[in-house]
Design a protein around this ligand. Structure first.
Ligand SMILES: C[S@@+](CC[C@H](N)C(=O)[O-])C[C@H]1O[C@@H](n2cnc3c(N)ncnc32)[C@H](O)[C@@H]1O
Length: 360
């Protein structure tokens, strides 16, 4: 069971497969991240004139550029990313296409979406996109420490202003805590051996050294598809960036920001993320909210209609063009227009308080 679950493969790629994944892009620098499941994402979005998108993971703005282009000149994007370098790239790409005036960017983690949206003065939106994981520029830069194909410092921070790095965990955490991390966030069956080997050989300075130690610690399997350190790197990256905590925090905030009929779209790249999204949609998407006492945006009530019965996966063509998308899963839901929405709107137009008694 454990071994059949999907992994985020990016960190385990060889330089050759990374190069193949990027082939076909603009040709000359800069080489942009290729937006995953782009047509499927657009097909699930509200694309009418004036449509608004909060792109919680703008990265290289691939999805946002396509949204702005497809939805027409009155469409708007609010984009955020916790990687300041990523944001600068997004701005450059939007500007090159004369789309920058229709997009506002901010540096921040989507776990604080409600506060960021309030700072933008955005209280309601038609589309919210979460394209989880890391971007190609992040993984291709050895200095960021996400990959072991090209060695670099043990960093892995998406937000470089954050204090905790992968080195702090690898070199500082007690062996038992590190083993637990490998087990829970990497679903690593050899967690015990790896944690013992790391504890014995630390301190580690580079991704290459850590990957070699992990490879030496696990049983040799000649036909192994992934590098033996893939799960260790996944676990470290999730922990350094609190990826699951951020995802759990953003989903209810995203629902409360959606307009009725608005769409929430989540692209995930490993089964831990996808499990959170699936459970959230199942909990909030059983049936339309009928409870007249439920306020609009009250996520304790079922408020979603799930649009993807099963997760949408990349087709053969996209997989051969961009092998990095191979574990992508797209799930989407629409915020339900409640049957009593008209009554509620009238309610909201009435002065606050009880007119008969004059009390609140
Ligand atoms: C897969 S890339 C997005 C690519 C983008 N959709 C495109 O088409 O170019 C994911 C981005 O999300 C950012 N990110 C990851 N977790 C985040 C979080 N909690 N808050 C904000 N941004 C995050 C990463 O820094 C990265 O730039």
């Amino acid at each position: 069971m454990l071994l059949t679950r999907s992994l985020d493969p990016g960190c385990g790629e060889t330089a050759a497969s990374a190069a193949a994944a990027m082939r076909g892009e603009a040709g000359s620098a800069p080489v942009w991240h290729r937006p995953v499941l782009l047509e499927e994402v657009l097909g699930l979005m509200v694309l009418r004139p004036g449509a608004r998108l909060i792109d919680c993971t703008i990265g290289d703005a691939g999805h946002s550029v396509a949204f702005l282009t497809r939805a027409g000149p009155s469409a708007r994007v609010w984009g955020l990313d916790r990687d300041a370098e990523g944001l600068a790239r997004a701005h450059r790409r939007l500007k090159a296409r004369n789309l920058d005036a229709r997009c506002r960017l901010v540096h921040g983690g989507f776990g604080n979406l409600r506060d960021l949206a309030a700072a933008w003065n955005v209280s309601v939106c038609d589309n919210i996109l979460l394209d989880l994981g890391f971007s190609s520029p992040q993984i291709d830069d050895p200095d960021r420490g996400f990959a072991f194909a090209k060695t670099g410092p043990l960093d892995m921070r998406m937000d470089r202003s954050q204090k905790l790095t992968a080195a702090d965990i690898v070199n500082g955490w007690p062996e038992g805590q590190f083993r637990e991390l490998l087990w829970t966030l990497g679903e690593e069956p050899h967690a015990r051996r790896i944690a013992a080997a790391v504890a014995e050989r630390r301190p580690f300075g580079t991704t290459g050294d850590l990957a070699a130690a992990v490879a030496a610690a696990v049983p040799h399997r000649p036909r192994r598809r992934l590098h033996p350190a893939t799960r260790t790197f996944q676990a470290l990256r999730i922990a350094v960036n609190d990826e699951l905590g951020q995802l759990e925090a953003v989903l209810p905030q995203a629902v409360s920001l959606l307009a009725p009929g608005g769409r929430l779209l989540v692209l995930s790249f490993h089964s831990l993320e996808d499990g959170i999204v699936k459970r959230f949609l199942r909990t909030h998407g059983r049936r339309p909210a009928r409870n007249k006492y439920a306020r609009h945006g009250d996520v304790d009530m079922p408020t979603l209609s799930v649009l993807t019965k099963r997760a949408v996966r990349p087709g053969h063509r996209e997989l051969s063009d961009n092998p990095r998308c191979r574990s992508a899963r797209l799930r989407a839901a629409e915020k339900v227009v409640r049957e009593d929405a008209g009554a509620e709107a009238a309610d909201q137009r009435r002065p606050a308080g009880n007119e008969r008694t004059g009390t609140r």
